[in-house]
Design a protein around this ligand. Structure first.
Ligand SMILES: *Cc1c(COP(=O)(O)O)cnc(C)c1O
Length: 382
């Protein structure tokens, strides 16, 4: 089966992990700090906090921004459940903003309309979490403008967008957001097996997130309330968790990061071949103002095809092509329906979902494998 996404591990990556295994630190230590510095430098953000997953990064980002009971967070229905689940874990409630039919990212017109209505009833969100679907950046300048007008904070879920750029800046530089989070899950752009990171320009937020990832504890005498008891002393100042990344993972991440430009250019080369083959169909939009990380190549299954999306999905799997669907709209999950969400509250997301199909795309996808995907799709759509 050709998977829809796959990591690329080299001997150099393995050597980097092996060196850590023979060193003094296995869990969070010098390698985590080096990896944080390397990612921060790459994207142009002053502060980076590495954690054990993007889900954890979202959770501490929301907590650091004060999200909690009585607050609301808004995101896109077309995302992985983690974006909204992490908000529910803080005790806040969530709501969704429908997607744009062309970009499949949160629609800024729908966002503005919903903000006007929310302001009128005094129920503005504390945080809006745009998701850069497939690695294509959301309209961040516009979301930034709305955040200043309506006073909400912005957390970019850039799980798909490590290495992406917009208006000449890397995603993660937080030009228009408070915090950006990355995922290093194996199918994403670079991997640490499990892992995530939160980036910010705000030193105080970074400090809060560092404490939250490790039990709310600080060992820095300068951050302490009152004098330190001595060199052994640590102080718990908030309620935190153990979300630490290991040094083994960080070493893998830093080794992978060295090849990110090659990973992205290979994804772009393959996507151009798909674009040409599928120029008759709707597929993942790419703005001329941005450089997508192209985490996913999503086709909208043509409604004129003799096969339904489901039949096509099954036929592609039977032909050894590991297609997938990103994503089942979060608000249609039973857990969310129990909160009162109904499918047709976000009609563009539903329309998108019913035809979405993700084709294999990863840096070492072979040309003959890609040709097999293209030939099979074209056969099934004719
Ligand atoms: C993968 C993903 C996450 C969660 O990432 P983990 O590192 O697996 O916790 C969150 N949001 C989106 C959009 C994702 O694709």
């Amino acid at each position: 089966m050709i998977p829809y996404g796959r990591q690329w591990i080299t001997d150099e990556d393995i050597d980097a992990c092996r060196r850590v295994l023979r060193s003094d630190f296995l869990t969070q230590g010098p390698e985590v700090e080096l990896f944080e510095g390397a990612v921060a430098d790459h994207v142009g953000a002053p502060h980076a906090v590495a954690v054990n997953s993007a889900t954890s990064a979202l959770h501490i980002a929301y907590l650091a921004l004060g999200l909690g009971p009585g607050d609301v967070l808004w995101t896109s229905p077309i995302t992985f459940v983690a974006t909204s689940n992490a908000a529910l874990l803080t005790g806040a409630s969530v709501d969704f903003v429908d997607i744009n039919s062309k970009t499949h990212n949160m629609c800024v017109r729908a966002l503005e309309k919903k903000l006007v209505q929310a302001e009128a009833v005094g129920r503005l969100p504390r945080i809006v979490a745009p998701v850069h679907l497939a690695g294509e950046p959301c309209d961040m300048a516009e979301i930034g403008r709305l955040s200043r007008r309506y006073g909400f904070r912005v957390v970019e879920d850039a799980s798909h967008a490590v290495g992406a750029q917009q208006y000449g800046h890397h995603i993660g530089s937080c030009q228009y957001s408070d915090i950006t989070i990355f995922s290093f899950h194996p199918v994403k752009i670079i991997t640490t097996a499990e892992g995530g990171m939160a980036l910010t320009r705000d030193a105080a937020l970074a400090g809060k997130m560092r404490r939250l990832r490790s039990h709310g504890i600080t060992r820095d005498p300068l951050e302490m309330v009152g004098p330190s008891d001595g060199p052994w002393y640590y102080q718990q100042q908030s309620l935190g968790l153990n979300y630490r990344m290991t040094d083994i993972q960080a070493a893998l991440g830093r080794s992978q990061l060295k090849r990110i430009d090659d990973f992205l250019s290979r994804r772009h080369e393959l996507a151009v071949v798909y674009d040409e083959a599928f120029k008759e169909f709707e597929h993942s939009y790419r703005s001329p103002d941005a450089y997508s990380a192209l985490h996913l190549y999503i086709l909208q299954w043509p409604s004129t095809s003799r096969l339904s999306r489901q039949q096509a999905f099954e036929a592609l799997r039977a032909a050894g092509i590991g297609v997938n669907v990103h994503y089942i709209p979060v608000h249609t999950q039973p857990y969310y329906k129990n909160m009162g969400f109904q499918e047709e509250m976000f009609p563009t997301s539903m329309e998108y979902y019913r035809r979405a199909i993700t084709l294999p795309l990863f840096p070492h996808l072979m040309r003959d494998e890609q040709k097999h995907v293209i030939d099979t799709v074209l056969q099934l759509t004719c």
